[in-house]
Ligand binder design. Structure first.
Ligand code: GCV
Length: 706
């Protein structure tokens, strides 16, 4: 009777809450008054004081209003949560099974013991137990039948890490969700409750590392007073199985340590880093390591002293080695040279393959240029073999409409991870060439540039939370489909109602291709407005600016056609790929049309596979993108009955912006490119509503936090 009362009470409370959802609880709302989907657990048992067990109890009490009684296996349905050391677990799960899954893997299983039903979550380590518990909670929240579970999982990547581009003054580079969640000015005295919520959200999706500060790193982070602040955060994150890492400035020995230089071969410099590592590990015994942007976009690095990337990375790696720390060394490098920017990272790093210590991982952006709406994968994937290499994905939507546009990125990341590098023949996907399958190394890793800020809903746009979620889920299991991830997220974040789930999922799954179409279809790239990267500026030409920071460098539009010639007779970037890819990309006929203008300069009259000319196809792509955003608006308006009013209105309003922006993109690009193609926009396509001159006047005053 009491339980029924509680459930009714919870439902009433929930109805109240439905009108006041602000997105702060992310996908961890634990707000179930649908008793049909709740398992009939009658008791809980497990390792005494287990953090994972506590996490389950907290969630359970939010869902039901009660804690589960902690007692030994008894009649009814017991939930057993324990490591391999637990006596009850030992009775049902073979030690060998758990060993094979490692300390982060887990088993979830339903077993009968006489007339007793037991659902168990078991792992070798506490981390795995936590992940198992969150897996079980996900099944409960998404309304999955729990009567015959047979699950065993282990992560695709060892290190699943967020990169915050957060500055010490509280701003966030390329952040669109408010100020940084790390409140350095208040630490170590004042501890924001957000730190814990952040940790729990990450643990629930398997993220086990975080780099707290921007890769454009302030040397101050390595001062003792900042390290004491970092220690507080590390202490909060530790129970959630999350390690803290820091971005470091290569000139720190000179700037913070007062040395005459920061030359990696200078013994004084090496000593400084060793002592700094010792100081860090004294404060934070499980400190993860360093992330470094060196000799890139003006950042200092070993090349300032005539040394190589490996000299720099190895020096840091040696300092961290005694403590088990790692160095993530970024390969995002390009200089204002005549060489095609897309080729430069490969040219710099490929010759260094094998020259790095085994606690160094080369961190490479998914594409060879810079997180564009669509890029081919970077040719470094598959090519770097003797050194571990990790993908860097961008969760924050620097090039995809900030937090104004609804763009679900799982399809983009899946396309990337499943791209076949051909490094060891067919089916040598990017995923397999980085997760240890093809090239086993001491560590495997994947990073995502965070989209998290102090905004109440964490990510600015409610649907941008889905990208944080998707990154974690794919880092854990890159074989998941975008659709599976969207289903889980929608159900937990919004509703299990099929009339909501189905159309919203379709919208999410189409949203990335849609944004590509209204921004940069057919392989176009980097035609953004100067510096802030919001909106189109294909004409942008700033006197004296580096050519490779200007759109015409990339689109090369002229009366003869459009696109970047990267074939063997052009910049020859195609040759950085393995056969048969390089031949496929090189040939206009076999190059995938989605990447056509990435690899080829193509005449306006070129005949596409569907019979249209290139110009016509470009027009239809832009228009298709606009029309689909309008469809998204209709989809969203129709699902209003299933969403709380606050989130409904918020998303509705963002879709209106997205719709207007899509028209802006289409008009700007088509009217501008038309000055070269000199062809009419096909007559069945919506007419431009802007004048080109009017669009060319737009200069947005967007805050760019550096
Ligand atoms: C952190 C791009 C972004 C920069 C970013 C850089 C990087 O150039 O626009 O804001 O700097 O990439 O990844 O280092």
């Amino acid at each position: 009777m009491r339980r029924i009362f509680c459930i009714i009470w919870l439902c009433i409370v929930s109805i109240g809450v439905i009108n006041a959802e602000d997105g702060s609880r992310l996908w961890l709302r634990f707000q179930s008054c649908n008793t049909a989907t709740l398992p009939n657990f009658t008791a809980i048992n497990g390792n005494k004081g287990s953090f994972a067990l506590q996490q389950f109890q907290e969630a359970w009490s939010l869902m039901t209003g009660n804690n589960l009684p902690e007692r030994n296996l008894s009649a009814g349905h017991t939930l057993l949560i324990g490591t391999s050391k637990n006596r009850e677990i030992k009775k049902v799960v073979k030690a060998k099974e758990l060993k094979e899954l490692g300390t982060e893997g887990y088993i979830i299983r339903t077993v009968m013991q006489g007339n007793k039903m037991v659902t168990l979550v078991a792992s070798l380590g506490e981390g795995g137990l936590l992940y198992g518990v969150y897996h079980l909670l996900r099944l409960i929240q998404t309304g999955t039948d729990l009567l015959s579970l047979q699950i065993s999982e282990k992560p695709s990547y060892d290190i699943r890490i967020l990169n915050h581009w957060d500055n010490l003054n509280g701003t966030v580079e390329r952040g669109y969700a408010g100020y940084s969640i790390w409140q350095w000015d208040k630490l170590p005295e004042v501890i924001s409750p957000r730190y814990k919520e952040y940790a729990r959200a990450n643990a629930s999706i398997g993220i086990n590392g975080t780099v707290l500060n921007n890769v454009n790193a302030s040397p101050d982070i390595l001062t003792t007073s900042y390290l004491q602040k970092v220690k507080i955060i590390a202490d909060i994150l530790r129970p959630y199985h999350i390690k803290v890492y820091l971005s470091v400035n290569f000139s720190s020995p000179k700037i913070v340590g007062g040395l005459s230089d920061s030359d990696p071969l200078n013994p004084q410099v090496q000593k400084w880093w060793h002592e700094k590592a010792t100081e860090i590990y004294r404060l934070i015994p499980d400190f993860g390591g360093f992330l470094v942007k060196a000799n890139s976009e003006g950042q200092p690095g070993p090349m300032d002293y005539g040394r190589t990337h490996s000299d720099g990375a190895n020096m840091l790696a040696d300092a961290l080695k005694p403590y088990g720390g790692i160095v993530m060394w970024r390969a995002f490098v390009y200089n204002p040279s005549p060489e095609d920017r897309a080729k430069q990272a490969y040219l710099e790093f490929k010759p260094l393959d094998g020259a790095f210590r085994n606690n160094v991982i080369i961190q490479v952006k998914n594409g060879p240029v810079d997180f564009q709406p669509r890029e081919p994968f970077s040719p470094l994937f598959g090519a770097i073999q003797q050194t571990a290499i990790m993908p860097e994905l961008q969760i924050t939507q620097e090039y995809l409409g900030f937090s104004n546009h609804l763009v679900f990125l799982a399809p983009q990341w899946k396309e990337f991870l499943e791209s076949d590098t051909h490094c060891k023949g067919e089916n040598s996907t990017v995923a397999k060439s980085t997760d240890g399958t093809i090239y086993p190394h001491t560590h495997s890793a994947i990073a995502g540039v965070a989209n998290i800020g102090l905004d109440t809903n964490w990510c600015g746009h409610h649907f941008a939370q889905a990208n944080w979620y998707a990154f974690g889920r794919l880092a854990w299991d890159h074989t998941l489909t975008a659709e599976e991830i969207a289903t889980e997220w929608i159900r937990m974040t919004f509703s299990n109602e099929p009339k909501f789930e189905k159309p919203v999922k379709e919208m999410m799954l189409q949203s990335w291709e849609t944004a590509v179409d209204y921004m940069m279809p057919l392989g176009l790239h980097h035609i953004f407005a100067w510096d802030h990267h919001y909106g189109p500026e294909p004409w942008c030409n700033i006197p004296g600016a580096r050519a490779d920071w200007l759109p015409p460098y990339y689109h090369n539009a002229g009366t003869d056609g459009i696109g970047f010639d990267r074939t063997t007779t052009g910049s020859d970037a195609v040759s950085q790929y393995y056969s048969p890819l390089r031949e496929q990309f090189n040939n206009l006929e076999s190059c995938p049309e989605e990447l056509l203008l990435w690899f080829h300069h193509v005449p306006w009259n070129h005949s596409m596979k569907n019979g249209r000319t290139l110009w016509e196809e470009l027009c239809y792509r832009y228009d298709g993108g606009v029309q689909r955003v309008r469809e998204f608006q209709k989809i969203w308006d129709r699902v209003e009955p299933f969403v709380d009013s606050d989130r409904f209105r918020h998303v509705q309003s963002r879709l209106r912006i997205q719709s207007r922006d899509a028209v802006w993109w289409k008009d700007a690009c088509l009217l501008y490119f038309q000055t070269f193609s000199k062809k009419p926009i096909p007559y069945d396509i919506e007419r431009p509503v802007h004048e080109l001159e009017e669009l060319q006047q737009i200069k947005l005053e967007l805050k760019h936090h550096n």
